[in-house]
Write a protein that binds this ligand. Structure first.
Ligand code: GUN
Length: 290
């Protein structure tokens, strides 16, 4: 058996096409969605992610403003930048790329972003709305992208067993809530570093999502025959056969393709959907303001 590819790139393209229509309607109302991206320091992976976000903005005709800050930026300087963006009427979305340079308080920065412009969906007010099942906030982009993959691929969730590997505030925790919420109705287990027998727990999953950032940790014998497997890992590993000397692999071992029913590739699975959801949140924010 070879798993069906859950093609995030194609699904993201579909979402971009849907957004283009909404952006066209906004244009007739005199509104151009605008995203401000703040990046501090020189982390090479973060710079690649930010470039990809800017490229998506440019494809869709979303205005993007990029603010580059030095590695040495102080907490106050960074908070002042966020405050200015909060007060700028033409900006609909604010994203501060993480990780921040050492010594800066990421939680304080996240809390200082106006919840109405928090298109990352990380503000406690937006995460709180998710817990309470309230509309009107923003959903975090990676979990929202995963839910779109599940929905658009026609994967049945009701009454099924979902297992989420990882309990981060960006992916694992919010995703667990989304998979359990009314209308999705799966039974969710969160596996983390202190879980006993993770392999046995994963093997019982109809839907298995790995978001731990450990290359190849999920082996073929962790997977139930025919399961839907979503790989959130973006892990750079050495590969001398490549010109760059490295390549990107996921958390799920290649052998899983022989056991799973459907599976996301890395790259080309969850990554493009995260960016599509960021664009969607920015458009939603502009629609709410117009
Ligand atoms: N770093 C890695 N993923 C993300 C994300 O989704 N948002 C932000 N702001 N930083 C990130």
């Amino acid at each position: 058996m070879t798993a069906i590819v859950l093609d995030g790139k194609t699904m993201a393209q579909e979402i971009e096409n849907e957004l283009l229509e909404r952006i066209g309607i906004l244009a007739t109302l005199g509104t151009v969605p605008c995203l401000a991206v703040v990046i501090a320091g020189n982390d090479p992976a973060s710079h690649v992610y930010v470039r990809n976000k800017e490229a998506a903005c440019s494809r869709l005709g979303v205005m993007s403003i990029r603010i580059d800050l030095p590695e040495s930026v102080s907490q106050k300087e960074l908070m002042d930048v966020v405050s200015e963006l909060n007060n700028d009427e033409k900006i609909h979305g604010i994203l501060v790329q993480s990780p921040l340079p050492k010594g800066l308080d990421e939680f304080e920065v996240t809390e200082s972003i106006s919840p109405e412009k928090d298109v990352d969906g990380f503000h406690p007010s937006n995460l709180g709305r998710l817990v309470m099942g309230l509309d009107g906030g923003f959903l975090p982009c990676t979990p929202a992208g995963i839910m779109e993959i599940i929905e658009r691929s026609g994967t049945v969730t009701s009454g099924k067993s979902s297992v989420v590997l990882g309990r981060s505030r960006i992916v694992g925790m919010p995703l667990s809530l989304m998979l359990a919420m009314k209308g999705v109705d799966s039974t969710v287990t969160v596996v983390h570093s202190k879980s006993v027998e993770p392999r046995e727990i994963c093997k019982a999953a109809d839907i298995l999502v790995s978001a731990v950032g450990v290359p190849g940790i999920v082996k073929a014998d962790w997977i139930k025959e025919g399961a839907t497997v979503i790989d959130v890992g973006i892990n750079r590993v050495l590969d001398n056969s490549k010109k760059s000397g490295s390549r990107i692999i996921g958390d799920v071992d290649e052998g899983a393709w022989g056991v799973a029913g459907r599976m996301t590739p890395v790259p080309g699975g969850v990554g493009p959907m995260t960016i599509a959801m960021l664009m969607k949140n920015t458009v939603i924010s502009a629609e709410r303001k117009s």
